[in-house]
Design a protein around this ligand. Structure first.
Ligand SMILES: CC(=O)SCCNC(=O)CCNC(=O)[C@H](O)C(C)(C)COP(=O)(O)OP(=O)(O)OC[C@H]1O[C@@H](n2cnc3c(N)ncnc32)[C@H](O)[C@@H]1OP(=O)(O)O
Ligand SMILES: CC(C)C(=O)C(=O)O
Ligand SMILES: [Mg+2]
Length: 514
């Protein structure tokens, strides 16, 4: 198949805005339009000029700002709508009026309450009126997928003769199915005598989750424009998503046989802008622009990606505007990914056994925490490295904090190889824990500083606690990390006691600065 240009018509600012709750101000529409221009969208449908004074102003502002994309306004087959659209587009470097009328029996009978002949007349009149205002007129047969074939042939031929250069066939209610929807294009293009004078366009809704599939099928049957939105925003379940269509066309170029002029590296920033303006967040598993679209957590996939990225990726994250793909470390990860991350952090292992030991600790942590961050790995090796025999080691903690009761803690330590237990009350869980430890250690120290840092993100974060103890002018800083902050505190206290016992305040003066 020879390669043709596919026109990308973005309707985020019109059909996208029809999502309940997605209304945009003029300034927001101009901001998004500038991003769409950078993305190299061919046509930006900026609004429905007759809808409100605000939408008129938005279409006008976008038309006056954007130079590299055609700006379009929607208009019913109503004189006032068409005139208002023409007025809003006056300042456009390239303007298009998109006029439409429904052609399905159900819409004509119940909604328009018009006879088919009247609909044809109205369509011809609308296209001619629009052509008097702009050189570029698109005509849509609303609810095309539920319209009668012969009637569509008739109206399409008439509006092309009247001056429409784009014929849009919407699956307005998202009822279409790829094979049938695509074949509708093929049959119409083959049957309408003047079809070659117009570009056929698909406009699909996602009520059955088929909007992108239907659009692609239309392209395979001759459509050379697709109407779509960023993030698939749009009326009800949304429109076909621009990013999915563009990347499907690009990734499967040899099969699709068409090209777009989209600069895909702006896809992710545009998606983020639309999400933040509308307040509609992108779901993590959304194709192309979802946070997980280029993230791998499973060990087998990570191993494959590390060996040869294409084993599990059909496109590059960088090509659509992500910084890079992501190997997320979690409980499904394997040694290959964990080692690769350690390598990137500059941590090497002396032997396979040392790596295996770190990996075992990693899995234990991953059972407690969904995602393991770089800081977790660093904490993991810091703990593991320091394996010289210690005077004290933390073994277990039982804390009780209950409204109306004095907090108390029961601590189990291993002291010089012996298990020792103690309990104490305190003003809080941490205070009770420290008192219990002290009742074992009798260190004679003074607590100079206690600080908690969340070293990783979220409520499941690893907390790192620093405890500064002083005795006879000597100061040590002990640290401890755990997903439970009281356990991290106990570990930090015990670490500080060991440093004192080992005279580490002299050997590790840098720790005094913490
Ligand atoms: C499939 C789509 O996405 S179509 C676009 C949908 N978007 C919108 O509707 C958003 C903007 N709409 C609006 O602001 C308003 O609906 C307006 C300003 C366009 C019209 O408002 P109103 O004049 O109060 O009419 P209302 O919305 O209540 O009803 C629509 C009227 O347009 C008629 N109509 C609907 N589509 C068309 C059309 N393509 N061509 C001509 N007339 C049409 C309806 O039959 C109805 O006519 P009636 O009042 O004689 O019964
Ligand atoms: C106005 C038309 C193109 C539309 O949005 C639809 O039919 O879904
Ligand atoms: Mg629509």
């Amino acid at each position: 198949m020879s390669s043709d240009r596919l026109i990308i018509f973005d309707t985020t600012l019109r059909d996208g805005e029809q999502s309940p709750g997605a209304s945009m101000t003029k300034a927001e529409k101009v901001r998004i339009a500038k991003m769409l221009e950078m993305l190299k969208v061919d046509v930006i449908e900026a609004g429905f000029a007759i809808a409100s004074p605000g939408d008129f102003a938005s279409v006008k502002a976008v038309a006056e700002t954007i130079k590299d994309s055609t700006i379009c306004s929607l208009a019913r087959a109503v004189d006032a709508d068409i005139d208002r659209a023409g007025e809003a587009l006056q300042g456009a470097a390239s303007g298009r009026i998109h006029t439409f009328i429904a052609t399905s029996p159900i819409h004509m009978k119940y909604k328009l309450q018009m006879q088919p002949d009247q609909v044809v007349e109205r369509a011809i009149h609308a296209v001619k009126r629009a052509r008097n205002l702009v050189g570029d007129v698109e005509f849509s047969l609303e609810d095309a997928s539920r319209s009668e074939f012969e009637f569509m042939c008739r109206i399409i031929e008439a509006v092309i003769d009247a001056g429409a250069s784009t014929i849009n066939l919407p699956d307005t209610v998202g009822y279409g199915e790829p094979q049938e929807f695509g074949e509708m294009f093929g049959r119409l293009i083959a049957s309408v005598p003047n079809a070659h004078k117009a570009i056929f366009s698909a406009h699909c809704h996602n009520d059955l989750g088929l909007a992108v599939a239907n659009s692609l099928s239309a392209v395979r049957h001759g459509a050379r424009q697709v109407e779509c939105t960023i993030n698939g925003l749009g009326e009800r379940a949304g429109n076909a998503s621009l990013e999915e269509i563009v990347m499907a066309i690009r990734t499967r170029k040899d099969i699709m046989g068409v090209e777009t002029r989209i600069d895909a590296t702006h896809i992710v920033p545009t998606s983020r802008l639309v999400a933040s303006v509308t307040g509609f967040p992108v779901q993590p598993n959304k194709a192309i622009v979802g946070a997980n679209a280029f993230a791998h957590e499973s060990g087998i996939h990570q191993d494959g990606v590390l060996k040869h990225r294409e084993t599990y990726e059909i496109m590059r994250a960088e090509d659509v505007g992500w910084h890079t793909n992501k190997l997320v470390l979690g409980k499904h990860s394997g040694r290959a990914a964990v080692k690769a991350r350690f390598d990137a952090l500059g941590v090497s292992f002396e032997s396979q056994a040392a790596l295996d030991e770190a990996f075992a600790r990693f899995k234990l942590l991953a059972d407690k925490k969904h995602e393991i961050f770089d800081e977790d790995l660093q904490a993991l090796v810091l703990d593991a490295r320091d394996d010289a025999p210690k005077r004290y080691s933390f073994n277990a903690l039982d804390v009780c904090c209950k409204t109306g009761l004095v907090p108390n803690a029961a601590v189990t330590l291993i002291v010089n190889g012996e298990t020792v237990q103690a309990a104490a009350e305190g003003s809080g869980a941490v205070d009770a824990t420290f008192k219990a430890i002290e009742s074992i250690a009798h260190s004679g120290t003074e607590l100079k500083l206690y600080s908690v840092n969340a070293i990783t993100q979220g409520t499941e974060a690893q907390g790192e606690v620093t405890v500064r103890l002083a005795r006879n002018g000597l100061i040590v800083n002990g640290t401890g990390a755990d997903t439970d902050i009281v356990i991290a505190s106990a570990k930090a206290y015990v670490d500080a006691l060991n440093l004192l016992a080992e005279d580490k305040h002299k050997e590790h003066p840098q720790r005094e600065g913490v």
